[in-house]
Each structure stands twice: as structure tokens, then as C-alpha cells.
Design a protein around this ligand. Structure first.
Ligand code: ADP
Ligand code: MG
Length: 353
């Protein structure tokens, strides 16, 4: 039998830039989807979270609009690409929360893919695994995500964040200070708007590139946007500034300057809130409180519209900050949020047990 540990991820800066082929800076986190699995003729998977078994044969892979679509998607994409695989039986567990913006979807996809890669000796290189999982999520599940999530889940490295150019897929590992921890905070607010608003922004970004005749947001400056309609100017202006901030954040972290890194995160949050319009009252509340209580920086993470936020905090203050924000959040919103203290982790790994 095999055991796969597949991490979640949090993006520290570079939000909504991946679909415009810009820069991002995520890390894999030490919360995991854990898959115990072995080869089987059919596919039979139990999810401990859903307390449910799903079963299908390899010749009857169709979308069913349930959690197992992420599993089906991986079998679909491998067969689409001509990889010789059989089935599996397995149990999905672990401590990564689902649907909270920590990318349990990419984590699940890569848990299954990493198992199949090992068990059926596919010898897929890591980057190919990330691209296949993204294709499964885009084309089978139908979620138009960029490469950020799958890349971070595959390429994570303990103690490091990843600077990634989502256009060339060139990346650099940058040491994350040991005395700093990330506090991920789930607001408990469902991202109902997320699908349509994400799609709208993605369309605006793609349309802007087309109008300007550029391939990626890296080649665009704010002055290039002057002739565009005001919504395009505002949305794409955010993307241009965010790309620049990611480069500055990379330089700061290379120098171990966590103060500047944090400030860039917070500036990013308010730009996301004011100009990209993807924040919420709850996310803004978290960011304000985190800074007030001594965080180096804080911002929403993932698509926004509710969902999760992340702060980077001195390790010795992390618990106090987390608990105080939670108390105040409950008092203010009459709702219990969920939070996790996380550190940068290795990417997906498989071992025999
Ligand atoms: P996120 O990626 O932010 O966690 P998504 O909505 O993209 O949120 O993906 C969450 C979905 O992924 C869940 O609703 C479920 O369908 C699936 N999923 C993730 N992890 C598991 C798991 N351990 N067992 C079953 N389904 C899972
Ligand atoms: Mg997801």
C-alpha cells in the first residue's frame, strides 16, 4: 500500500495575477490531504470528510457534480493524454480543511495523481503533474483556475516560499524566516459571488491583453492602459501594480527583510479591496486587526469574496494574535471563524507503508 501526503497552499502575494501570466508567491503548507491507496481494477474511494464511498470503472468516467469529480478528473486527464493506468482503491483523510481557500481541490487532485504516477510507474516529472492536474480542474471539473495552486502543491519546499513566473514557470525558492509563521484565517463566509466575479475579472484581464496586443501582464505598464475603458483600466491597473509588488516582495525576502515583505502584502490587500473589488467586510476586519496586533503584513488570499485571509506574524506572538482576532471577530460578526497556524512545507510525497 502507498501513503500520499499532499499539502494545501497559501498564496502570500500575487493575487489574481496567474490568469494574466504574471508573478505569484505561494507556499505549500503543513496541512495535508492524506491518501492511503493501492492498485485495483475499478476506482473505489472513501472520503472521511464526506463519509462516503464513490466507485466507478475506468470506461465510465463522467462528471457527476460531486466531490469525486476531482478524482474522476485525474483519471480522465491521464487517459486523455494516453498514460497507461489501472484503477485504485483508497481512503482520503488528513487535516486540510476543504472549501476554505487552502486549495484542497488541487491537493486532492495531486494526491491521486502522485499515487497513480508511483503505482503505475508513469515517471511524470513534477511540472507535468501540476499541468495535468490543472487541466483536470479546468476541463473536467470546470473550474477555470490558473497554475498557482497545483504548482505550489507539487513544488513546495519546507522552510521556503516559491517565487513563480506563471508564464515561463521559472521559479525560485526563497527562505522564509524560521521565527515567522503564517496565520490563515477562514472567515466562514461562503464565496457565492466567487464564480461569476472571478470569471468577469479573468475575462477583463484576457480582453485587456488582447486589446493591447500583449501576451502577458508582465509586459504591461499602467501608462499603456490610458486609452482603455475605465473598468479595464482599474482592474488591469491593479494587476500591473501587483506584479511589481511581487518582484519587490521577492527582493525583500531574499534580503531577509520581512518588514518590507509584510508591508507589501498589506498594500496588496487594500489595492485588491479598493480597485479589484474582491474583498469583504470580514476580510478587511481581519487585516486591520492583524496589523493592529503586531502582524508584519496581512491580506486576503485566494480569489477573495469572503474565503480566507493570511497574516505573517512573529512566531512568539502567533497564538496571541490568532486568539485575540478570533475573540473580536466573534464579538463583531457573531460568527466563529476557523484559523490555522502554518509553515512552509514540502510538496506532495508518496511512500510505501
Ligand atoms: P478549496 O480548493 O479552496 O479547498 P474548492 O471548492 O476548490 O475549495 O475545492 C473543495 C472541494 O474539493 C470539496 O468540496 C470537495 O469536493 C473536494 N475535496 C477536497 N478534499 C477532499 C477530501 N479529502 N475528500 C473529498 N473531497 C474533497
Ligand atoms: Mg480549489
Amino acid at each position: 500500500m502507498y501513503r500520499v501526503d499532499s499539502p494545501g497552499r497559501v498564496n502570500l502575494i500575487g493575487e489574481h495575477t496567474d490568469y494574466a501570466l504574471g508573478y505569484v508567491m505561494p507556499m505549500a503548507i503543513d496541512l495535508y490531504t492524506v491518501l492511503h491507496a493501492q492498485k485495483n481494477e475499478r476506482v473505489r474511494v472513501y472520503s472521511q470528510i464526506f463519509r462516503e464511498v464513490k466507485e466507478f470503472g475506468l470506461d465510465e468516467i463522467r462528471k457527476a457534480s460531486d466531490w469525486a469529480d476531482y478524482v474522476r478528473g485525474i483519471f480522465w486527464v491521464l487517459r486523455e493524454n494516453g498514460h497507461p493506468i489501472g484503477g485504485m482503491k483508497g481512503i482520503l483523510g488528513g487535516d486540510l480543511p476543504i472549501g476554505s481557500g487552502l486549495s484542497s481541490s488541487a491537493s486532492l487532485e495531486l494526491a491521486v495523481l502522485a499515487f497513480l504516477n508511483e503505482a503505475y510507474e508513469l515517471n511524470l516529472p513534477p511540472i507535468e503533474m501540476a499541468l495535468l492536474a490543472q487541466k483536470a480542474e479546468n476541463e473536467f471539473v470546470g473550474v477555470p483556475c490558473g497554475i498557482l495552486d497545483q504548482f505550489a502543491v507539487v513544488h513546495g519546499k519546507e522552510g521556503h516560499v516559491i517565487f513563480l513566473d506563471t508564464d515561463t514557470l521559472e521559479h525560485e525558492y526563497i527562505r522564509f524566516p524560521k521565527d515567522v509563521q503564517a496565520l490563515v484565517f477562514y472567515t466562514g463566509v461562503k464565496r457565492e459571488l466567487a464564480g461569476s466575479a472571478y470569471g468577469e475579472r479573468r475575462n477583463v484581464a484576457e480582453e485587456t491583453l488582447r486589446l493591447l496586443g500583449r501576451r502577458t501582464s508582465k509586459e504591461v505598464e499602467e501608462s499603456d492602459l490610458r486609452s482603455l475603458p475605465s473598468l479595464y483600466r482599474r482592474f488591469f491597473g491593479y494587476i500591473v501594480r501587483e506584479n511589481r509588488r511581487v518582484l519587490e516582495a521577492r527582493d525583500a525576502l531574499r534580503n531577509g527583510d520581512i518588514g518590507t515583505f509584510g508591508e507589501l502584502m498589506t498594500v496588496s490587500h487594500w489595492d485588491l479591496a479598493r480597485n479589484y473589488e474582491v474583498s469583504s467586510e470580514e476580510l478587511d476586519f481581519f487585516v486591520r486587526k492583524a496589523i493592529e496586533l503586531g502582524a508584519y503584513g496581512a491580506k486576503l488570499t485566494g480569489a477573495g469574496f469572503g474565503g480566507s485571509a493570511v497574516a505573517i506574524v512573529p512566531r512568539d506572538l502567533a497564538l496571541d494574535i490568532a486568539m485575540r482576532i478570533t475573540d473580536e471577530y466573534i464579538r463583531h460578526f457573531n460568527w466563529e471563524p476557523d484559523y490555522h497556524l502554518v509553515s512552509p512545507s514540502d510538496g506532495v510525497s508518496v511512500r510505501r507503508v
